[in-house]
Design a binder for this molecule. Structure first.
Ligand SMILES: Nc1ncnc2c1ncn2[C@@H]1O[C@H](COP(=O)(O)OP(=O)(O)OP(=O)(O)O)[C@@H](O)[C@H]1O
Ligand SMILES: [Mg+2]
Length: 287
């Protein structure tokens, strides 16, 4: 078993302005290198949870541990800032936070704040642009002249430039067209393959089925379960209780089963296609 990268112990949080208890007694371990999806209906506490992991909020009770850094309710600001050095947080609609007059200046902002040398910042900006697939010639352009998908990649590059071990993405594909969605998910998958720990908040069950090795279900500020996508999607009651749907491949295979075609449970379209190809006498290894 890989080292625990993130460990949450009896973690609770109340927003001080409203006194609203947004998280109750959450316990969770995320292994180093995991791709963990966080799901749950609106207002269930997903964004609050990841804000605590990134040190944007400080716990009302309990503890957040990321790597060697531990933070509890009496944590100092400096300690919260230490969390942020390990964790990169891509907010929802991150392109709304772009501000600099050029792409490279925007991406350089985070590394500069870490006090890195000019050479180190330049190298980090170049690496990050390459990682997200932005061509070098865009460096001197205004980020506001780019397409929506490109702007979002600039924002993600700004987070990656700080070289975080953990990357949190809060609904990163919201509002993107199908093609940009696929590009972005491919990018996150690659970052995961390179060894980063990924936390993905999503309402898309296909994304959970295709990429996650762990899925965390939140409901009214409580962690209902942390399990595998296979286990979650096999449990209709659990899905219904938490207002969660099924991946498309699962719906299709159930419809086919109702019509008398024998299939084992499938979570992704690739798995479904392989089974159908085998049954129809096609060569499932061909293509
Ligand atoms: N800044 C805030 N001040 C007061 N209450 C807040 C604040 N942010 C969130 N809340 C409340 O805390 C609870 C959890 O909110 P949170 O944003 O974590 O949910 P979420 O699961 O991310 O929802 P969504 O899917 O809509 O993004 C909700 O009841 C919400 O109204
Ligand atoms: Mg949210």
């Amino acid at each position: 078993m890989a080292m625990p990268e993130i460990k949450l112990t009896n973690l609770s949080y109340s927003y001080s302005n409203t006194g609203h208890a947004a998280l109750h007694d959450v316990n969770l371990t995320v292994a180093s290198g995991s791709y963990t999806a966080i799901v749950g209906h609106t207002g269930s506490g997903k964004s609050t949870l990841v804000s605590l992991i990134d040190g944007l909020l400080s716990p009302s009770a309990g503890e957040v541990q990321v790597g060697e850094v531990r933070v509890n309710s009496s944590a100092k600001r400096a300690n919260l800032a230490k969390l942020r050095q390990h964790v990169g947080f891509v907010f929802q609609f991150p392109e709304q936070q772009l501000f600099a007059e050029t792409v490279e200046k925007d991406i350089a902002f985070g590394p500069e704040n870490l006090g890195w040398s000019a050479e180190r910042v330049d190298a980090a900006v170049r690496d990050a642009m390459e990682e997200v697939g932005l061509s070098a010639e865009l460096a001197k352009r205004s980020p506001f002249m780019l397409s929506g998908g490109q702007m979002r990649r600039v924002a993600i590059a700004g987070v990656l430039a700080m070289k975080p071990a953990v990357l949190i993405l809060d609904e990163p594909t919201a509002g993107l067209d199908a093609r940009s969605t696929e590009t972005l998910l491919g990018l996150v998958d690659r970052l995961h393959q390179e060894g980063r720990t990924i936390l993905l908040i999503t309402h898309q069950m296909d994304q959970v089925a295709q990429y996650a090795d762990q899925v965390v279900v939140m409901n009214h500020g409580r962690l209902v379960t942390a399990t595998t996508p296979q286990q979650l999607f096999a449990d209709r009651q659990l899905l219904a209780d938490n207002h969660l749907g099924q991946p498309a491949a699962m719906k299709i295979s159930q419809t086919l089963q109702e019509r008398g075609i024998q299939l084992s449970p499938t979570l992704t379209l690739t798995q479904l296609a392989s089974q159908l190809a085998a049954q129809l006498g096609g060569d499932e290894h061909n293509g």
